[in-house]
Design a binder for this molecule. Sequence first.
Ligand code: R5P
Length: 264
Amino acid sequence: MQNRLARIFSPSSGRTVMLAIDHGYFQGPTTGLERVDVNILPLLPYTNALMLTRGILRAIVPSSFNSGVVLRASGGPSILKELSNEQLAVDIEDAARLNVSALAVQVYIGGEFETQTVNNMTRLVDAGLRYGIPILGVTAVGKAMVRDAKYFRLACRICAELGVQFVKTYYVAEGFETVTASCPVPIVMAGGKKLPELEALTMAYRAVSEGAAGVDMGRNIFQADAPTAMIQAVGKVVHELMKPQQAFELYETLKYEKKGVLAS
Ligand code: R5P
């Protein structure tokens, strides 16, 4: 268990930059993920852990990839249906066969199928304990739910109380430090909708400054103008607490270097 967690959380900083590319399990080919082989593989050297489905892991990720793998383990409904109606979607033996570092399960506290998703989580925690595989509880927010610190304190604490080894949750501007303080296991910040790059870097900086053990960002990295530059800037923020403005300047520099502007 600890060895697997050490493949996700950098032993030197104690934090992680996870790259979330699991969106296809309910959204299909999301913008930026149409060609994972072309657009995502170049980002792999800069991530501590890749969050993805077993289909993409088997079909596209090279077997030489040596960083953490956080495998999406729940699913069922597409964006056309009630999203909270999920079930477990991976057998623990397949997770062991794939040598994953953790399994991720969506938990819809307050959602229509709340109890079912909590039950998915607790069954996965039991299976994970049998095999030494950590579980990531992902606090999912239904379309109509309020996203505030009070809600996330509730959702994160329930996941931790029921046994997950770490939690993924959203950043909130007011009171995020109360969410991290009242959750006894590490929290990684979810990225959410695409923001302008400086705003996304600022959100990541605030999250780690307010107690998050890193980030698990998807669209704010792979939908950035320059994803390779963005993931490196996020890495500086998370692991070295680089200030957002400085990280943004780094992003701009790397972006134009890539385009050959500085080289000319
Ligand atoms: C959301 O709950 C899922 O795990 C997503 O597919 C993904 O991780 C979201 O990433 P982001 O919101 O940063 O694009």
